[in-house]
Design a protein around this ligand. Structure first.
Ligand code: PEP
Ligand code: MG
Length: 563
C-alpha cells in the first residue's frame, strides 16, 4: 500500500454508529493558510467595510446552502451564518483595526478573542471554537479573493477524510457521494459528530493520522468501535458487504421506551433561544438541560429579572406542557462574567464555580430563580430547575430552599462531582430529582481536563470507574423512586444510552439530532438486556473492553431478531 500510514489499523473515537467499506478521499484543503497575514492596505474604515463584506459573504454562502439541506444541516448552516453576522465580531475587529491591524489581522484577532472566551466556558460552547475559526478561514478566503473549499464528488461512494470538517463542509453531505467520515480532530459533541449521527453516516473522529491516508485507500470504518482497517482483504470486504445488504430496520417514534415498554424520557439539551426553537421541532419529550450561561456572557451588568423572565418565557412557550429543565448559571472564575467580581484563581476548574458562586454572590441566584418563577407562571411549562456543581447534601438543601422560596416546585441538582455521586442517597433526600453531567463527572473522577484532547481515553465515558459512579447514583435514585437523568454528551451514543438505562437512569438528554438514534436503539433492546449490558460493561477493566462487552450483547440480540 503506497502510504506513509504504515499501520493496517487506526483507532479513533466512534461517534456515529455504522459500518462502511469504501475508498478514502481527502477534503480539498479548507483552511486559509496563515490567516491574519494579509496586506495592510486602505484606511481603517475601508478595511472594516471589507471585513463586514467578507463576513456577510460567508453568511450568504451558508444561507444559500440551506435550500434542500436536511433539517440538522439547516441548523448548522444557520448557526454558522449567525456567527458570521454577529455584530460583536465586526465590532471586535474594528477595535483591532484601530490599534493598527490589517483587515485579515483584525479579523483573526477578533475571532481569537471570542475563541478564548468560548474555550474558557468549556463543553458545548468550547466546541463552537472550530466553527468560529471556520468562519474566519472562509472570510479570509473572501478577503484574498481565493476559492471556497468543496467536498469532492467523484461519482462513486467514498469515505471523506480530513484533519477536521467545518459545518459548511458537512452540511450538504446528505446528498453527496460520502458514505462515511473520518477526521483527526473533533469530539462527540462536535458538529461533525452531531451531523453524522443525524444523517446516519458512520463516523470516526480523533483518529490520529487520518488525514495522511492517501486518496483511494480502501478502508473499513466502524463508527461504533472507532476502528479503521486499512486495505482489508477480500474476505473482510465481502463480510462487510453482506452485513450492509441486510434489510433496514424500521425506526421508532414517540416517547422513549425499551422493547418491553419500560419508559425512558428522551430530552434535548439547549443553550440559546435559537437552540430551543430548533429542538422544539424534534420528536422529543422536552428539555433535560437548558444551559443559561448565554444570558450572562459578554456584558458588564447583570441581566435583571424582567430581561431574564422575557427570555425564559420565550423558551418555555416553545415547549407547551412538556418539561423544561433549567440549569442555573454555571460560571466560574475562568468565565468572563464581569458583574460577579470573581477573584483570580490558580485552578479555576476546582474553584468558586457553579452553585459555589451563590455563597459569594447570592443575588444572581435569587434573581434567576425569581425570573424562572415568573416565566413558569406565565406559561404552561412544567418547569424543573437544577443547580450545577453541587458536592454535598447541604449545598443541595440550600438550593432547594432558595428555589422553593421563589415558588418553584420541582427542584434538583446535577451530579458532576464524585463526592455527589458517592453520597447520592444524601442528596436525593433533599431534592426531587438528580441529573448526571458525565462531561464534568469524567473530568473530576479522572483528574483529566475535559478540554485536553490528548486525555481522551481517560475521559471516555465507558471507563468502568465512571460506570460505577453512575450505577451508584442510579441505584440510590431507584431506592427512593426519584428520577435520575443523564445530560452529558455520552447520552447521545445509542449503545451507551442502553447501558445507562441498565444502570437505572430514567431519562436521557442530548443534542436534539441524536434523539432518533437513541430511541431506535432502546426500541430493540429489552430492559433486562440493558441491565446485562451494564453489568458486563462494569465487569470490564478498561473502557474499550467495557464497550466491547456491551456491544457483543446488543449484537447478539440483533442477530437473533434478524434470523
Ligand atoms: C452536562 C454537563 O454540563 P456542561 O457540559 O455544561 O458542563 C456535564 O458536565 O456533563
Ligand atoms: Mg458540567
Amino acid at each position: 500500500m503506497p502510504t506513509d500510514v504504515a499501520a493496517r489499523e487506526l483507532v479513533g473515537r466512534g461517534v456515529s454508529a455504522g459500518l462502511v467499506c469504501a475508498p478514502v478521499l481527502r477534503l480539498v484543503p479548507t483552511a486559509a493558510t496563515h490567516p491574519g497575514d494579509g496586506p495592510d492596505t486602505g484606511t481603517p474604515e475601508e478595511r472594516l467595510s471589507r471585513i463586514v463584506a467578507a463576513l456577510d459573504a460567508v453568511a450568504h454562502d451558508m444561507e444559500a446552502r440551506v435550500a434542500g439541506a436536511p433539517p440538522a444541516a439547516v441548523e448548522v448552516l444557520q448557526m454558522t451564518a449567525e456567527l458570521a453576522r454577529d455584530p460583536a465580531l465586526a465590532s471586535a475587529a474594528e477595535s483591532h483595526l484601530r490599534s493598527g491591524c490589517s483587515a485579515e489581522g483584525a479579523l483573526d484577532a477578533a475571532v481569537e478573542d471570542f475563541c478564548a472566551q468560548l474555550d474558557a466556558l468549556g463543553g458545548y460552547l468550547a466546541e463552537r471554537v472550530s466553527d468560529l475559526r471556520d468562519v474566519r478561514d472562509r472570510a479570509t478566503a473572501h478577503l484574498r479573493g481565493d476559492a471556497q473549499p468543496v467536498v469532492p464528488s467523484p461519482g462513486y461512494p467514498y469515505i471523506l477524510a480530513a484533519r477536521d470538517l467545518s459545518p459548511a463542509d458537512t452540511a450538504t453531505l446528505g446528498e453527496s457521494d460520502v458514505v462515511g467520515i473520518l477526521t483527526e480532530e473533533g469530539g462527540p459533541t462536535s458538529h461533525t459528530a452531531i451531523l453524522a449521527r443525524s444523517l446516519g453516516l458512520p463516523a470516526v473522529v480523533a483518529c490520529d493520522r487520518a488525514a495522511a491516508i492517501p486518496d483511494g485507500t480502501v478502508v473499513v470504518l466502524d463508527g461504533s468501535t472507532g476502528l479503521v482497517e486499512l486495505e482489508p482483504d477480500e474476505e473482510r470486504r465481502e463480510a462487510v458487504r453482506r452485513e450492509l445488504a441486510a434489510p433496514a430496520r424500521p425506526t421508532a417514534t414517540g416517547p422513549g421506551r425499551t422493547r418491553d415498554g419500560h419508559p425512558v424520557g428522551l430530552l434535548a439539551n439547549i443553550g440559546t433561544v435559537a437552540d430551543a426553537e430548533r429542538a422544539a421541532s424534534y420528536d422529543g419529550e422536552g428539555v433535560g438541560l437548558f444551559r443559561t450561561e448565554f444570558l450572562f456572557l459578554n456584558r458588564a451588568d447583570r441581566p435583571d429579572v424582567a430581561e431574564q423572565t422575557a427570555i425564559y418565557t420565550r423558551v418555555f412557550e416553545l415547549f407547551g406542557g412538556r418539561p423544561v429543565t433549567v440549569r442555573t448559571l454555571d460560571a466560574g472564575s475562568d468565565k468572563p462574567i464581569a458583574f460577579l467580581q470573581l477573584q483570580p484563581e490558580e485552578n479555576p476548574a476546582l474553584g468558586v464555580r457553579g452553585i459555589r458562586l451563590a455563597t459569594t454572590d447570592r443575588a444572581h441566584l435569587v434573581d434567576q430563580l425569581t425570573a424562572l418563577g415568573h416565566a413558569q407562571r406565565a406559561t404552561a411549562v412544567r418547569l424543573k430547575v437544577m443547580a450545577p456543581m453541587v458536592s454535598t447534601a447541604e449545598e443541595a438543601r440550600d438550593f432547594v430552599l432558595t428555589a422553593r422560596a421563589a415558588g418553584l416546585t420541582e427542584v434538583g441538582v446535577m451530579v458532576e462531582v464524585p463526592a455527589a455521586a458517592l453520597r447520592a442517597t444524601d442528596l436525593l433526600a433533599e431534592v426531587d430529582f438528580v441529573s448526571i453531567g458525565t462531561n464534568d463527572l469524567s473530568q473530576y473522577t479522572f483528574a483529566a481536563d475535559r478540554m485536553v484532547s490528548g486525555l481522551g481515553n481517560l475521559l471516555d465515558p465507558w471507563q468502568p470507574a465512571l460506570l460505577d459512579l453512575v450505577a451508584t447514583v442510579g441505584s440510590a435514585a431507584q431506592a427512593v423512586a426519584k428520577p435520575v437523568g443523564v445530560c452529558g454528551e455520552a447520552a447521545a451514543d445509542p449503545l451507551f444510552a442502553a447501558v445507562l438505562v441498565g444502570l437505572g437512569i430514567t431519562s436521557l438528554s442530548m443534542a436534539a439530532p441524536a434523539l432518533q438514534g437513541v430511541r431506535d436503539q432502546l426500541a430493540v433492546l429489552p430492559r433486562s438486556l440493558c441491565q446485562e449490558m451494564a453489568s458486563a460493561a462494569r465487569q470490564a477493566t478498561s473502557a474499550g473492553a467495557a464497550r466491547e462487552a456491551a456491544l457483543g450483547l446488543a449484537e447478539s440480540v440483533r442477530r437473533l431478531a434478524d434470523a
